[in-house]
Design a protein around this ligand. Structure first.
Ligand SMILES: [Zn+2]
Length: 308
């Protein structure tokens, strides 16, 4: 069973890889605080080790000049993996979750979700105690040149319960799959549910075809989260209008090193800098979400060909 192999990998890496044991131990002591935006509960986590990702330089020049940390030949010698299809399951040495995995393709190919939704849903079933997530190349991925998913243990991100407690507005049904728009502005999560992978994959494709691709980019801007609850799959699509919020680029007092990706939009905002952790509140989260998420009216207009 892959689930047991992965659990064994985690236990071994925690013992054998000093950086991992140190960073997972530090995670046990991180500060966090709860913040409400509208009727949605978010959390802020003060996590200094995550500066490597939040402040990652992801412009083309910087990416070309560094050695890809997801390619097998460049990984630390301590890092071991579990093979699954054309992917390898690795422990994430800079964790946000008590159980945090990185799942790169075995080949160095661009971060692109097209034709990989079924893989994501297969992973969600195999690792059914995890949420599998995907950050678009311009939406928080720190290796936009190397295809990868991540996984974090269930019961950590608020979005899991938000999806259960707020059904939202039905956008369309396709065979066994349905798509709802949650009433969680300014985040505006789109939620697919289905009891089978082909219907969910096909209905995602229907949505995907309607989304705009900005000049110079390879796919529509999005973050995805998927999990399997034993009966059906849930796939959350967070459409983005922007990568990093203006506070990320501000100078002096206004600057906040917050680079939102799946986990932040999923309910846990990561702040590697202590002063940012102290400052982050309902207003800050609301402003960031409004800035980086596609608006409800834009989503409804884009999806109007699907509406029933
Ligand atoms: Zn690579």
């Amino acid at each position: 069973m892959m689930k047991e192999q992965v659990e064994k990998l985690i236990q071994e890496q925690l013992i054998e890889w000093p950086l991992v044991s140190q960073n997972f131990a530090a995670l046990g002591k991180v500060q966090s605080k709860d913040i409400t935006v509208g009727h949605v509960e978010y959390r802020a986590q003060f996590n200094p080790a995550r500066i490597v990702s939040s402040a990652a330089k992801v412009d083309t020049k910087s990416i070309q000049e560094r050695k890809c940390f997801l390619c097998a030949q460049n990984r630390p010698k301590e890092q071991k993996g579990v093979r699954y299809k054309q992917y390898e399951i690795l422990i994430n040495p800079f964790p946000i979750f008590p159980r945090h995995l990185t799942i790169p393709d075995i080949n160095h190919v661009d971060q692109k979700i097209s034709n990989r939704i079924a893989d994501m849903l297969d992973l969600a079933r195999e690792l059914d105690d995890y949420v599998i997530f995907y950050n678009g190349p311009k939406c928080g991925a720190s290796a936009p040149d190397h295809m990868h998913f991540q996984a974090g243990n269930k019961g950590f991100m608020g979005i899991e319960t938000d999806v259960k407690s707020h059904t939202g507005q039905l956008i369309f049904k396709y065979k066994d799959a349905s798509l709802h728009l949650l009433d969680d502005a300014p985040r505006n999560a789109l939620v697919f549910t289905s009891k089978n992978i082909p219907d969910l994959t096909n209905s995602f494709e229907l949505l995907y075809k309607l989304l705009p691709i900005h000049a110079g980019e390879v796919e529509p801007m999005m973050n995805l989260l998927a999990w399997y609850d034993g009966l059906e799959w849930v796939l959350v699509v967070l459409l983005r209008s922007k990568h990093r919020p203006s506070c990320y680029f501000a100078e002096g007092e206004e600057k906040m090193t917050i680079s939102p990706a799946s986990v932040d939009l999923g309910g846990v905002f990561i702040t590697p800098i202590e002063s940012d952790f102290k400052r982050i509140d309902s207003r800050v989260i609301q402003d960031i979400l409004s800035e980086v998420s596609m608006s409800k009216s834009e989503i409804l207009e884009l999806l109007s060909p699907l509406k029933q």
